[in-house]
Design a protein around this ligand. Structure first.
Ligand SMILES: Cc1ncc(COP(=O)(O)O)c(C=O)c1O
Length: 428
């Protein structure tokens, strides 16, 4: 029988992959806990939760049991005009845990679609109220997804250069990690002064794909209160930060101000099945209620609120609320903090930082650019694989966001690889 990787090369096109340069993909045959097992019999510790989705480890038995039960009952059904228990229970449970002003959940398929829905909600809520406000404000250096609307809200000049002329016009504020509260507030006031802005979208406290850049809750509180003053909706994109990543269930819990709309995906199903969710206030939902059908939210995907994905999400939430999981999140944060303190003294690393379970630092090498496309990134990626660890640096930013089931021993193995990366690069 041909190997999986041979068949792959013949038939498959991978995401964010330059097929002319990159090595053949590693074929995974099984996952258990924080480990993935490869076709050749070796294994890797998944230090990035498989693109930030996995919370409790691969093939978790509790999620598997819930899914098995759901598979016997209902796989999928149209969600316009129909509903089912997994979706209703999940919406209820999410709303009980999200900030108190959130009242309704709209389901979709992934993080990008959750963002598309959020923007359409904000723009159409304004229109339905008789205000033509079609612009959105976002931070520079942000990332909100790969669909056209979501790309339009993401950093310009980066990944999306080939499509840039096709993107919607967005007003950008300075990147929050490099900007003072005053500078950001001034830029926001200026962006809002024409009265044509429907919403301000942000990744709360961490710009993930933009290099795991952290910024303060105070800055965000200031910007949210300005939006409130101008009656501009605020959208917290918690696609990465949600479900415990920052040490709290949602990063919005660090804020005094509450956003009007919140987007969720990635960890929502514990890393089992694709699912997106966009929550909003009663006020926004109310803007769509009318005798005219045309005022409804014009959005829906074939697999909206897929029962299997909702069942996995319910099982994942149950796991997330176990004392054992909460303790693991604290333990991972403490161990990540120890690495941060150690690297603060190390010459080849700068800006080591931790928020909850997220660790990140910059690795500097003479003569190497730190861009996403730099060869440094590829060398680091291959070095980590050689050490039995899956880490996928963003340019020269090395980061680790492990599943919460990662043992102390596994986390220390990841840390030891990060510690040795600088020296290894010098020898390559
Ligand atoms: C903050 C944020 N929003 C949206 C997305 C897009 O999510 P997806 O890849 O599921 O479309 C991502 C993905 O990394 C993200 O980090």
């Amino acid at each position: 029988m041909p190997k999986i990787s041979q068949l792959d090369q013949q038939y498959v096109w991978h995401p964010y992959t330059q097929h002319a340069l990159e090595q053949e993909p590693l074929a995974v045959v099984r996952g258990e806990g924080s480990k993935i097992y490869l076709e050749d019999g070796s294994s890797l510790i998944d230090g990035i939760s498989s693109w930030w989705v996995n919370l409790h480890g691969h093939a978790h038995p509790h999620i598997t049991a819930r899914l098995n039960q759901q598979l016997l009952e209902l796989h999928h059904v149209i969600f316009a005009g129909f509903t089912h228990r997994p979706a209703v229970e999940l919406a209820e449970k999410l709303l009980h845990r999200l900030p108190g002003n959130q009242a309704k959940i709209f389901f979709s398929d992934n993080g990008s679609t959750a963002v598309e829905v959020a923007v359409k909600m904000a723009v159409q809520a304004c229109l339905n109220r008789g205000r033509a406000a079609r612009k959105v404000v976002a931070f520079s250096n942000s990332y909100h997804g790969d669909t056209f609307g979501a790309m339009s809200l993401s950093a310009r000049g980066g990944f999306f250069r080939p499509y840039e002329e096709m993107l919607l016009e967005t007003r950008f504020l300075p990147a929050p990690s490099n900007s003072s509260g005053e500078e950001s507030a001034e830029a926001l006031e200026e962006a809002l002064c024409q009265g044509d802005v429907a919403a301000f979208i942000f990744e709360p406290l961490v710009q993930g794909a933009g290099g795991m850049k952290f910024y303060s809750a105070d800055l965000l509180n200031t910007l949210l209160s300005i939006c409130r003053k101008h009656a501009v909706f605020t959208i917290a994109d918690e696609v990465f930060t949600g479900f415990g990543r920052t040490g709290k269930l949602f990063a919005c819990e660090y804020l005094k101000e509450s956003p009007d709309i919140i987007t969720l995906s990635k960890g929502i199903s514990g890393g089992t099945l694709p699912l997106g969710a966009t929550s909003c206030t009663e006020e926004i939902f109310g803007c769509f209620l009318s005798d005219e059908r045309a005022r409804m939210l014009v959005h829906g995907h074939s697999y909206t609120a897929n029962p299997l994905a909702c069942a996995a999400a319910l099982a994942s939430l149950e796991l997330l609320e176990l004392e054992e999981t909460k303790k693991s999140i604290v333990r991972i944060a403490e161990t990540q903090n120890r690495l941060r303190d150690e690297l603060a003294e190390a010459p080849d690393f700068t800006d080591a930082r931790v928020l909850g379970t997220i660790f990140a630092c910059e690795l500097l090498q003479k003569g190497e650019s730190g861009s996403y496309y730099s060869s440094l990134r590829d060398k680091l990626y291959r070095f980590f694989l050689s050490r039995g660890v899956l880490l996928r640096p963003l340019g020269n930013t090395v980061y680790c966001v492990p599943p919460y089931c990662t043992t102390e021993e596994e986390l220390l193995q990841i840390h030891s690889a990060i510690r040795d990366a600088a020296q290894a690069l010098k020898e390559l």
